[in-house]
Design a protein around this ligand. Sequence first.
Ligand code: ZN
Length: 238
Amino acid sequence: MSMVAILSGAGISTDSGIPDYRGPNGMWTRDPGAERLVTYGPYMSDPEVRRRSWRMRRDGPGLDARPNAAHRAIAAFESSGHALRVITQNVDGLHQAAGVSERKVLELHGSARAVVCTACHARSSMAEAFARIDAGEDDPDCRACGGILKAATVMFGERLDPVVLGDAMSIAKAAEVFVVVGTSLQVQPAASLAGMAAEHGARLIIVNAEPTPYDPVADEIVREPIGTALPALLDRLR
Ligand code: ZN
């Protein structure tokens, strides 16, 4: 059976109340200073940056966000028995929350549902970090070694995990259908996966409100809202 790969970006989660930080009205576009809160160097060297970063995460939609119709349609596509892989630029965990198998989801930019120690690399849950913040800590440290904790996301100034990226490239090359959804394909190297898939013979379908640099090599472009367009598209692919 043909393998369908989906590359998702921020646009698939806006219906779940998660802002597109890089979009035209996004926080990092309107307030470049906010980008420091998720940039590795300042985060590691400045405790005030860390306090503001934790506060931003705690005040955001964070762990309360719920999957929407597009996430659910992808999960339903998998449970109907189709070969599916999801590559996501999102850190919200909503594909898995919708029911897509954990092992079918590659999180290029990590996960905001987990926390990692920058010294000993121990992982713990974001829920636990939030509980410590609610109890009065403003920059919780690693319980194992006292090191600086950060969200398990790829910050600006950090490299993507080469193993995860390698897996994503293999999927792009193997896919028969490669669906880009909710990303304007501006951020490399994630964006280049679309070109790679097309070069290796995949049918490239782009579902995004805005034009992307890969539109010229796409077989199909869908501009309708993701919440209705993606379920309809996946129905058709069945
Ligand atoms: Zn540690």
